[in-house]
Design a protein around this ligand. Sequence first.
Ligand SMILES: Cc1cc2nc3c(=O)[nH]c(=O)nc-3n(C[C@H](O)[C@H](O)[C@H](O)COP(=O)(O)OP(=O)(O)OC[C@H]3O[C@@H](n4cnc5c(N)ncnc54)[C@H](O)[C@@H]3O)c2cc1C
Length: 1231
Amino acid sequence: MGADGQSKASRVVGSVGFERPTVPADDGGAGGSGAGLGVYDGVRCAMPFVIKFDCGEDEAARQAALAKVRDAADKVLDVCQETFSRFVHDSEISKFNALKAGDKHVMSPPMRAVVQLAALLVERSRGAFDPAVAPLLEHYQTASNLKQKRMLSRKHDSAEEVADDQRGAGGSAGAAAAEETKGEIVEAIERRTVQFWRALLDRGFGHQPGGKVSRAVDALREFSTWDCFEISEDGSTLTKLHDEAKLELNGIAKGWAIDELARVLVEEAGRRDVFVDWAGDIKVRGRNPVSGKPWTVAVVEPPTVRAVEDRVKALTTGKDAPQRNRAVVRVGLDFEPAPGEQKNYLALLELRDGAAVATSGDYEQVYAYNGRLFSHVLNPKTAMLQQLDDTALAQVTVVSSSCMVADALATAALATGDVRAGRAMLDPFRTGFREPISDFLLYAREGPRVVRLTVPGVESKQERRQRLADTEKAHVIVVGGGLAGMSAAIEAADAGASVTLLEKEPKTGGNSAKATSGINGWGTETQARLGVADEERLFERDTFRSGKGGHTSDSLVRTLSTKSASAVHWLKNRFGVPLTVLSQLGGHSAKRTHRAPPDEHGRPVPIGFLIMKTLRDVVETEYGGRITVLTEAPVTKLRHQTDQGGVKTVVGVTHSDKQGGSHDLDADAVVLTTGGFGCDQSDGGLLMKHRPDLKGTPTTNGAFASGDGVKMATALGANLIDMDKVQLHPTGFIDPKDPGNATKFLAPEAIRGSGAVLLNSKGERFVNELDLRSVVAAAIQDKCSPYEKGDYCGPPFAWCLMAKEAQELFGLPTLGFYKDRLGLFEDCATVADVAAFIGCDPDTLRATLDAYAAAKQRGVCVKTGKMVFPSALSSADTGLVLARVTPSVHYTMGGLDINAAGEVQELLPNRIVGGHRHIRRLFAAGEVTGGVHGNNRLGGNSLLECVVFGRIAGERAATIKHRNTACLLPEHGANDAWRAVTMREIRNTDETYGKNTREIRFNLHGSLQFSGLAVGQYVGVRGELDGETLMGFFSPITRPEDEGVLGILCRFDEKGGPIYRLLEFIRPGSVLHIKAMGGLKLNFRPEGIFYNERRIKRLGLLAGGTGIAPMIQIIREYLHRTDCQRNGINLLYAADQEGDLAFMKILEDLRDKHPDHFRFYAILNRPPLGWTEGVGFIKAKNIRSHIFFPPEDDQLIVMCGPPVFESIMCKTLQGLGFPETSYYSYAADTD
Ligand SMILES: Cc1cc2nc3c(=O)[nH]c(=O)nc-3n(C[C@H](O)[C@H](O)[C@H](O)COP(=O)(O)OP(=O)(O)OC[C@H]3O[C@@H](n4cnc5c(N)ncnc54)[C@H](O)[C@@H]3O)c2cc1C
């Protein structure tokens, strides 16, 4: 067997096409390190364990290593038993369980670790995991069987004693004896547990009629929950709140022991490679020393219910049957297939260094009672036993870095009883948790349903390869070498493009290289390692809240959020940027801004500079020939062509060189990443145009931030958004040596965050230094004097004063950079020196500082409202430092309007719907764009935006040349092609489209590809969730000539059918399958509209409920034509209530714009008060007056809605004398 071990169960996706993996044959150690493999095994707490470890090849070295391993392991196993065994009467847990209510117990470190984790898991699993169910179980046991009661209270359980005796018999030497004793142990345990479960079942546990629990159980549930315990604030003491409350920590304690074993074997026994397996739960360190490959574990498929039944039969029938005549029969954990039966595997796991895997299965202890099979699994929420059946969840495997976590969550998920609930329980543990789940596998027998952890928004490497397979090599020009540009260039090259990056400065880097705070991401490895809980909804809420008052596009923010962790991991894991330190910046509800740790001298590492240097090096070393970087090559123009319909296509750029020469460069696609316009201060510049009030305001931006990309794209008609939203940073340093320099060094937020105070020229405080950036900036502008030096008179400024404590909190090495390297701070020995520098009255300054000290004491500053005082400051302080700061233009939120594929949008005010289309072959990302940050950017979101949208724009640009013009057309005439496509975006549509609807857009493989669908044709959308294949049919709401995209409108509630659950689950980047189906297939040719080769001039549309979707496409297409007829397209739209009417705003807009050509009439079954249109159902008279009558040859009536609606409509039309050829019913079309 090739695998290093077997876990009772974990890669497979969905039930469709699930193939059991084959476990590879042993490769005989090829590629290994040459080390040997030592083994120590035995039985503890009646469960077998195996420890494998690296050791020297010769026998002496092996024995020496074994001795060390045995010593270290035995200590841990002893502690485990003495702490957690409920069958050892003086164990810590037994003594604790015997305490009275109110008794405090000071926990040992192991128990503390287990209890603290248990508390966290109970809370986060909302009670699905609950180790407090012990009383419930014990009550049945003791109340119903005195003999058992006695057995429980015995000092040492006989089985445990036997097991103890065997401890020393590790390795192969004691194997025979161990085998023999194992049998006795199992027998003893068997006897006891069978009695126990029989008592339990006899009491009707969980089997009251109607699935209700008995009254006795109900009463006990009160004492069987985690609420019956209280942990002290410091986590050291545990108190029972009821006499009856007891803990059962066995599973999680076993996990603790496995984690601890792996730790001590490395740290104390000096092993490098370790594999610990205790009853199928496993933790590894290092690799398999023999093969040199990661340790592997094969996940075994659980036995079928039938196999268990057969096993029960074998145990109970026949005169030698070991459990003959027993009312309750137990099939043990050691279930092995019968001879001749094949052992199947569900997965083969490769375990990374430090990974743990645990499995819970319903077959571990099966109790056959009165012809039914019960699992030992107790659902803490219902207090019911799980019954074995084919559809229920039979096995759960969880992978995490902590075996404790894996074990507890596997059990908790199994107790939920079904695959969907189990997945819903486990999913939240993927992030925001110190030891997050890195994989899981849920198994139900029927199907079988095998569900592996799926991260929404992630496409596998193989899926990506397939998607890009028919892309031809394109030449992509990236304009600007900041983070957005570098990200776009790398991603485009990775997708197969040849890239030219043009940068106007002598070096790439841009403002990205100036960033100091870091890059945001939620759900990252760093957050997990530091135990930071963070979530999608918090990240998105924070971003929307901060952006209020500007445009924050739903779909751009969702994309930013979904891709944030992968952006951080891309920089960290792919390029090695150590984003391992976190901070919480203003406006964020969690620590999510990632930066690098200080260097070995404790000096800060400027994160933007590090990222940009790393990427520059990578491009130079790894991308030679694929990415060409030209510096001092400013792009001056986007070259383009305009077709007869006014559609613009970018065909290249014009750029200059350092000698002043001008060059035209052709491109298949251009990505603009030129950054913001924070330095475009000239008259007629963007800043003066959109924010003239900021004239003369300095900036933290480099001179290159002159909005070139915005200007070049505007010349092509690009739409701009939020151009007046400019972020001022309150504290740009004024350099006294060069006060007139428009570009300022940024005084980071952390200076005020450490307790620096701001003073005006009189030596008075005037603002809460920790208020929002905008508030502090406005206060300096309103309440401070201009900076004057010699002839120079600059904008208002404040003095920034830091006492020693604040300096230390901020970090002396960092302070040293600003003070000693840049000369931006003055040293002031005393407060009198500070007053002398400021030129203010020393007494005023002293009074200010004493008032501050008093406010700190009180906890609030009445004058400014400050309530957080990070450090102390008073007039008695010495060793102070002082700097001058002034509000500076920091970031421009506005810019080019892009969609979620990074395509630059053109403003077309006269368009019928939407008002936008993209400028062909033009993409943009980073600060040059708008729509992500709205009114105010959150710190750290900008670098994130650069990576996320830079990568998206780069890849979409690379797919510009595709071999096939139509993505969904069958390749070889067969109409059975399902295409794997990625979700581009999800748009909220409630206002415009109807209640509970959202628009989902998918990226076609090529960014200029068409769908290949005819007008009126619909698509099938298919995907997997929870092991089920979910499918739905939709009429696209995008038009056949829309490039690179396919949009559908979906209901996000039960009315949308089962697929809505999948659509709710997926995120931008998720893969679904789409196929062209049948439908109306109206042929819109230049010479006319044709249906079955009959020329159609007028269209009548009958829509019921969601059947409106194809009509929208038909109406838009019809009205788009120059030959559309007067009153040529009429719609009757019936729904139950007003909330069910979708697209109303669009329909009204269309009617307003085309009153002579389009009419529509809505009919409601349950109209609201104030309703003025039709009431009831569509009747013949409605068709007569609102569609066409009498029938004519050049008309076609199209109906779409629920089948019953369409069938009634067909009959009504027949009654009105419409021939069958004059109408089309989607429901009746079975092609
Ligand atoms: C001091 C400071 C600190 C910051 N700290 C943070 C932070 O900690 N976290 C965060 O998220 N954000 C921070 N920001 C904001 C963030 O750094 C920028 O918004 C972001 O990096 C912009 O990246 P970009 O790639 O869009 O543009 P940039 O990085 O500015 O790059 C644009 C590049 O395009 C070049 N270019 C411009 N015009 C042309 C042209 N015509 N032809 C060729 N090349 C051209 C420029 O020379 C430049 O190299 C900070 C900003 C500043 C100024």
